[in-house]
Ligand binder design. Structure first.
Ligand code: COA
Length: 655
């Protein structure tokens, strides 16, 4: 039974039990309708709505969204809750999200455990609440807070929920007993108005519109945040029944929109990432004390990510000056986290005390896992691994953060290559969600399991990849960069390509990104490869010419764009250079429309993605989408390049 009713003295307990997250499935809705009728007939004074297990209801069952909704529908269940004759108290713990929060809003009262979080995350799945969330919520918390919650999907901590009026009572422990006690006290009072009948709090309509405009700007083409703002506005301006009907209709339209299908795809793809390859029955090795070799931006970011996750970190650099610089970088990141409220003032000293820096490899002797993040050169890395082999515990896992080098060759420089894996972080490593877990041929199951466990501990989405040049993400990036440069030869300018990518939903264009990260590193790598394999290495003549002029990107104030005025301006010299290049190859330049730019770039991503699948570098097409969305700015609401292949076949592409 997914919903059970039992009597506890003069209180009825209605328990939803649909693990893992008690999603509201058809069976749960049917069970709730029956429970409402049953508790009305029982000899009790009040009802507590609770869940078994570790969380309250985390939302509607999204897996049911691909089929037409089956009655009873959730809006009807919530309305039925509001018409009962006894007080209902929702007992919230873990996450009360989406339809779960809507159920709680149908109850007369809400009691929560301190650790509980509440939210309306539908927007993140391309939806808006469909069972009155946007209409009831502002009646409790006001228009501004409702707008913020419904358009961002953020999870509100229980303390904030109490302050804003979303919940009525907060408890530290023994939620069941506290909720029953609270319910009994409520039963002695007259039944309050349902949330829907409560008067709307005063609101600042102009302030609301200013916020709603910001939401629309940030949405960059995604429909649901704008629809959520519209729904809250309707709640504030229309009679509740009309606002409810309009909310439901918008929900049903969005549910069938390609954007929501794309977002649901990526939601489940992230949760499935790697499951087909990473058999998780092997226990990980300990990974409490992490060593990091290299204190540059990447090494410092990795160290900070580990520290912020509560781990102990020893950072090693080649000399005292570099170690001090690396230490400063880590401390700066931690200070930034403190300033932004991601690290509490109480935790800050403890996190700092978990951090050591050193200029001798011997300091890594006690580490459980060491991550190398030094200069991207095979010889340099191989030497680091030889030194690690000499100083680390034989059971310590050794990881390289290389973004394209042959990890099998790196692993060959230690006596026991089975303890070597690749952990490819993305910069800034303490922010970016993606982690490519690269699996060299000889890696042991335990070393791999340790990489998985570390990714989980750091809150990353971990995607496994086999060894090849660039693994999944950088290999696809290299392919579409080549295509982008080809389009420059054919007639486009950097701003045309970047403009088309941003209009498509990327936060930055491919040339702007290169300017930001610096053109010199890729140039150095290309020069090495031109020397090693003059015939086989694809050329990047325009980028090479820019670098020859010292146009290394933002840090040089000049790259694909000109930054002299503190912003990315188009540069006549770059235009002239590109035009000269086309002329030297006898190409008649033509304007390339944005649709063609996007079609060519996406096609290249899909072709390379398919090759990666065919060669067994990635486990699934969904894994490739997860990499592109979480590491390369591919618009989430388009589902990823591989999802777009299927959507195009089905005729359901995102607009
Ligand atoms: N419907 C169906 N399945 C859901 C679900 C939902 N609303 N929410 C979570 N699940 C599933 C996940 O797919 C996963 O399944 P799996 O174990 O087969 O991979 C399982 O529940 C656990 O979810 P996971 O995200 O891995 O657990 P977590 O503890 O890290 O996070 C939540 C829990 C609830 C915070 C997170 O799952 C979440 O944000 N869910 C979506 C909530 C939502 O958007 N609700 C509104 C729906 S309209």
């Amino acid at each position: 039974m997914t919903v059970t009713v039992e009597q506890s003295g003069d209180i009825a307990r209605v328990t939803i039990d649909n693990p893992p997250v008690h999603a509201i499935s058809h069976a749960v809705r049917e069970g709730l309708v029956a429970a409402i009728a049953r508790t009305e007939a029982m000899d009790v004074v009040a009802v507590v709505l609770r869940t078994a297990g570790k969380t309250f209801v985390a939302g509607a069952d999204v897996r049911e969204f691909n089929a037409p909704p089956q009655p009873p529908h959730l809006p009807g269940v919530v309305t039925a809750l509001e018409s009962v004759t006894k007080p209902w108290v929702a007992a919230l713990h873990g996450a009360a999200l989406g339809g779960g929060l809507e159920l709680a809003l149908g109850c007369h009262y809400r009691v929560a455990l301190h650790s509980a979080r509440m939210g309306l995350p539908e927007v993140l799945l391309g939806l808006i609440p469909g069972a009155g969330g946007t209409v009831r919520l502002p009646r409790l918390v006001g228009a501004h807070q409702a707008l913020s919650m419904a358009t961002s999907g953020r999870h509100v901590p229980a303390t904030e929920a109490l302050e804003t009026g979303l919940i009525d009572h907060l408890v530290d422990a023994d939620l069941d007993a506290a909720a029953e006690q609270f319910a009994r006290a409520c039963a002695a009072q007259p039944l309050p108005l349902s949330v829907l009948q409560r008067p709307l709090p005063a609101w600042d309509a102009n302030g609301f519109e200013a916020e709603a405009e910001k939401v629309a700007r940030r949405a960059r083409g995604q429909l649901s945040p704008v629809a959520a703002a519209d729904a809250v506005r309707r709640a504030m301006t229309l009679p509740p029944e009309e606002a409810l009907a309009a909310e439901r209709s918008a929900f049903l339209t969005l549910k069938d929109d390609p954007q929501s299908k794309a977002l649901r795809h990526i939601f489940f793809a992230e949760r499935a990432a790697g499951k087909s390859w990473l058999t998780l029955d092997t226990a990980p090795a300990p990974h409490r004390h992490i060593g990091v070799v290299g204190g540059g931006n990447m090494g410092a970011g990795i160290a900070a990510a580990c520290l912020l996750a509560g781990l102990k970190v020893t950072l090693v650099e080649r000399d005292a000056t570099s170690a001090a610089a690396g230490r400063k970088r880590v401390e700066k990141i931690l200070q930034g986290s403190l300033n932004r409220g991601r690290l509490s003032p109480e935790d800050h000293p403890r996190v700092l005390s978990n951090f050591q820096s050193a200029d001798v490899f011997g300091a890594l002797a006690p580490c459980d896992l060491v991550i190398e993040a030094v200069f991207e050169d095979l010889d340099v890395k191989a030497e680091v691994f030889e030194r690690l082999d000499a100083v680390t515990r034989p059971d310590a896992v050794l990881a390289t953060n290389t973004s394209y080098l042959d990890i099998d060759a790196i692993a060959a420089s230690v006596r026991e290559p089975s303890r070597v894996i690749g952990l490819h972080f993305f910069s800034p490593a303490h922010v970016m969600k993606l982690l490519e877990l690269v699996l060299p041929a000889k890696a042991s199951a335990q070393a791999i399991a340790t990489g998985v466990a570390l990714g989980k501990r750091l809150g990353k989405v971990t995607v496994p990849a086999k060894v090849c040049d660039g693994f999944i993400g950088n290999r696809i990036l290299a392919a579409y960069r080549r295509e982008a440069e080809q389009m420059l030869e054919d007639g486009a300018l950097p701003q045309d390509v970047d403009g088309a990518l941003k209009a498509f939903g990327f936060p930055m264009g491919v040339f702007e990104v290169q300017d930001l990260s610096g053109l010199d590193i890729a140039w150095a790598m290309r020069k090495r490869r031109y020397a090693e394999d003059p015939e086989g290495t694809p050329r990047a003549p325009i980028a090479d010419a820019l670098c020859e002029q010292g146009r290394f990107g933002r840090k040089a104030e000049r790259g694909w764009y000109n930054y002299a005025a503190g912003r990315a301006d188009t540069d006549a010299d770059v235009t002239a250079l590109i035009e000269r290049h086309s002329a030297s190859k006898g190409i008649r330049r033509r304007a390339i429309p944005p649709e063609e730019i996007i079609a060519r770039l996406i096609n290249v991503m899909q072709v390379e993605g398919q090759a990666i699948l065919d060669e067994g570098i990635a486990a699934t097409a969904g894994d490739i989408d997860v990499v592109m969305v979480n590491g390369y700015g591919f618009p989430r609401w388009r589902g990823g390049p591989m999802f777009m292949v299927d959507a195009a076949r089905a005729g359901t592409s995102t607009r």
